[in-house]
Write a protein that binds this ligand. Sequence first.
Ligand code: FE2
Ligand code: FE2
Length: 255
Amino acid sequence: MNTTLTLRQCSRVHSLRPAVLDFLAPSTLRHSASRQYNSSAPKQFLAWDQNSSEKPPTNSSKPKYVLNQQQREFLDSALRVNQAGELAATLIYTAQTPHVVRSHPHLRPLMKHMYDQEAGHFSTFNRMIAKHRVRPTAMYPVWQAAATFLGWSTGAMGREAAMACTEAVETEIGSHYNEQVREILSWEADAASRGEELDDELKEMLTTFRTIRDEELEHLDHAVENDAKEARPYDPLVNAIRLGCKAAIRISEKV
Ligand SMILES: [Fe+2]
Ligand SMILES: [Fe+2]
């Protein structure tokens, strides 16, 4: 009962988004609303990448905020979970797409668009965990198998179930990225209160997390627009996938 209620509340993330996210990223949100499908090569998110619209961090004379051990561990866990999650996302779409596109060819550009974005996210986190020497999750092979099975089975159930899978996954992942953004913003506020600022690497990470979060929530919107809520049985399916995502996140944070 409680779970169903919570799910119903969370499934309204779609309509709650502006209130929640304007606080965090007002400009990005407005842009994402008018975004068109674009299946070009996966975007890279480093702030000083040539393709990025973000400006390179400016040099400042303010002292840099030094992370404590707990904060460093938070980032390690975040990068490990994010990399595993993005791997799973690419595998889900890879397994779903043939089923969905066979019966609904008009969805090919949308499926490719979402896959391309996930592939971009995955390569971003692959680079980040290598750069920061973060250990990938030991559960990697398990998540690979689970994500492929999830994508294959929901794809075989039909377009609505495939979209419900995206809705469930993105509800969890979007709020997970949001928690990470909120945490780094709290460090930024702490730094400002001491007359310090985050170092450029951390600012870049914040930009990356915000951009990816907005793209995940864009996928959630696409899923709802494409009849995710018509999946049968909707509640058990979405509940089970969300529970699985939550468990995978908690396990990957540690293992
Ligand atoms: Fe993603
Ligand atoms: Fe996504």
